[in-house]
Design a protein around this ligand. Structure first.
Ligand code: VG1
Ligand code: CO
Length: 542
């Protein structure tokens, strides 16, 4: 019998999961008892853990291995019979969701701060996913937080660290630890959803792509699936070695941070297709030669073409998008005659719709796309869906998207982020907005029809989530949305989402910053952004 030690502790303020788990600086996580308190709060909030199996893995960032050793010893003390750990402590977020579902484990713990930088002075994160495979819903994250605020002790087995790099089984006390290949189950699942033969033929025909893994978790997945199973030329995967600090960059697949990829996809000799994924592998960015596909458009194009992919040949039950995501997917749903859903930001809100079979595809404007195959957004899955569609249609990315706009019109869209502003200024700005009375007024020539703080009632379980973003909706279909980020670790980040519908194909190729210029000024003026934050321009535009 291994020795279980009960360690006295006191609560840490602020162990409150945000949009996707608890994210803090590594310097916060390494404080004695900090991680342990949170993990014990999770184990105390999810029901009886005795005899259960847990999935465990992370994106490999700094502190991943240390955290895994601690969580294993605490899982043994909590009576888990078994923990399934990806080799080296590695599991992409969608692969973790896949494993939880495939082996029906009692949920899992995923270690990641996603697209935030990694390293001793950067970010770390932890979240619990439920047995259905998705991020814990608010009722559970609230319970975890409440528990963390009254915790008095945690339990841990006293034993040596185990070797995380050796495939096979090893015991910690009474508990079995299975170290497994983090790629195989996920890659096998992908083969059931997309047409690998068609994609192999596409690559064999000379089609070239670049996938930027950004020195994050998807490197091993992309090497196996794209280069080995699908026959893409060696060198297709850029930055394919996971590093604890992601090579010093932001593992955030957007035009600002995935610069290697953007450079590679520019010019007449560029490859046909480019894609990138984030720190934990749940996000994706899609590029054609000299062409950027916005995540909102990507969701709409995937929805309109999903029937070309074997896993979706029988059609879609419905399409769900987060509220700030553009309405492009709604237009596809309307044409297909299927329901569309608008949820708050964060993948956890899609879980009930997917479980109930109400939605098949889901997406967020923040480079997140996914389906009912797992309960997380899935970066490589989106890339494979695009490849399947390109293999079947044999048109360029740019031609597919511009044809889509001609058919449905274009929801011209942009997100402006003001990162690292003072928390008090950010709260003040939101309070100022909440105090306005706008319905019935005209702003820069547009009539305001709706002005509210988005509230959502889950159509499946009836749970209510309030204060999910301030919406200004105009009579011509344009809108402005304001939210504060729930994933940052420093100060506050203001996100402003700007959208306007354009039916006229002659205006579809305009730069969105130009097409939206008037609305952008309205958004800045209304919220008094410069006066309140000192920022004349956003930090990141996507
Ligand atoms: C951001 C995105 C949101 C996404 C979340 C987690 O949240 O806006 O759409 O679900 O990150 O993505 P926020 O609260 O900062 O706006 V990931 O890839 O960081 O787990
Ligand atoms: Co992520």
């Amino acid at each position: 019998m291994a020795l279980v030690k009960t360690v006295a502790t006191t609560p840490f303020a602020g162990q409150k999961p945000g949009t996707s788990g608890l994210r803090k600086k590594v310097t916060v996580f390494v404080q004695p008892h900090y991680l342990e308190n949170f993990v014990q709060s999770v184990f105390d909030s999810i029901g009886d853990t005795t005899g259960k199996t847990l999935t465990l893995g992370g994106d490999g960032r700094y502190f991943n291995r240390t955290a895994i050793q601690i969580i294993l010893k605490m899982a043994a003390a909590a009576g888990f019979a078994r923990v399934m750990v990806g080799r080296g402590g590695i599991l992409s977020t969608p692969a973790a969701s896949c494993v939880i579902r495939k082996y029906q484990t009692f949920g899992g713990i995923i270690l990641s701060a996603s697209h935030n930088p990694g390293g001793p002075h950067e970010d770390f994160g932890i979240k619990y996913n439920i047995p259905a495979g998705g991020p814990a819903p608010e009722a559970i994250t609230e319970a975890i937080y409440a528990r963390s605020q009254i915790i008095e002790s945690y339990r841990i087995v006293e034993t040596d660290d185990i070797d995380l790099d050796q495939l096979g089984n090893i015991r910690i006390g009474e508990m079995d630890v299975e170290i497994f290949d983090p790629v195989a189950d996920y890659a096998d699942l992908m083969e059931t959803l997309v047409d690998f033969n068609a994609i192999r033929a596409l690559f064999a025909s000379g089609f070239r792509m670049r996938f930027d893994a950004m020195n994050a978790v998807t490197g091993p997945y992309a090497h196996e699936i794209l280069e080995r199973r699908l026959g893409a030329e060696v060198g297709t995967v850029l930055n394919g070695t996971p590093l604890e600090d992601f090579g010093g960059g932001h593992p955030d697949p957007n035009l600002a941070h995935a610069h290697d990829l953007v450079a590679a996809l520019t010019g007449a000799d560029a490859p046909d297709f480019g894609a990138a994924s984030d720190g934990d592998g749940d996000r994706n960015m899609i590029l054609g030669r000299d062409f950027y596909v916005t995540p909102s458009d990507s969701l709409a194009v995937l929805a309109a073409n999903a029937h070309l992919c074997p896993g979706y040949a029988r059609g879609l039950a419905g399409i769900a998008r987060s509220m700030p995501t553009s309405a492009a997917a709604d237009r596809v749903a309307a044409k297909l005659g299927i329901p569309s859903f608008e949820t708050p930001t964060g993948w956890k809100f899609f879980g009930t719709l997917l479980d109930a079979g109400k939605a098949t595809l889901c997406g967020e404007e923040s480079f997140g796309t996914g389906s009912d195959h797992v309960r997380e957004k899935d970066g490589l899955w989106a890339v494979l869906m695009w490849l399947n569609i390109l293999a079947r249609r044999r048109e360029s990315v740019a031609d597919i998207v511009t044809a889509h706009w001609r058919e449905y019109g274009r929801n011209v869209y942009s997100r402006h982020d003001y990162e690292g502003i003072e928390s008090a200024a950010a709260e003040g700005l939101m309070d100022h907005l909440r105090g306005l009375k706008l319905v019935g007024t005209v702003l820069d020539g547009r009539a305001v029809t709706t002005f509210d703080d988005f509230a959502y009632t889950d159509p499946v379980d009836g749970s209510v989530s309030t204060k999910q973003g301030i919406r200004v909706l105009f009579s011509d279909g344009a809108r402005i949305v304001y939210r504060l980020s729930g994933t940052g670790t420093q100060g506050a980040t203001l996100r402003v989402y700007i959208e306007q519908y354009e039916a006229d194909p002659a205006r579809h190729t305009l730069d969105p910053q130009v097409a939206l210029a008037g609305l952008i000024i309205t958004a800045r003026t209304l919220a008094q952004i410069e006066a309140r934050t000192g920022r004349a321009e956003p930090t990141v535009i996507t």
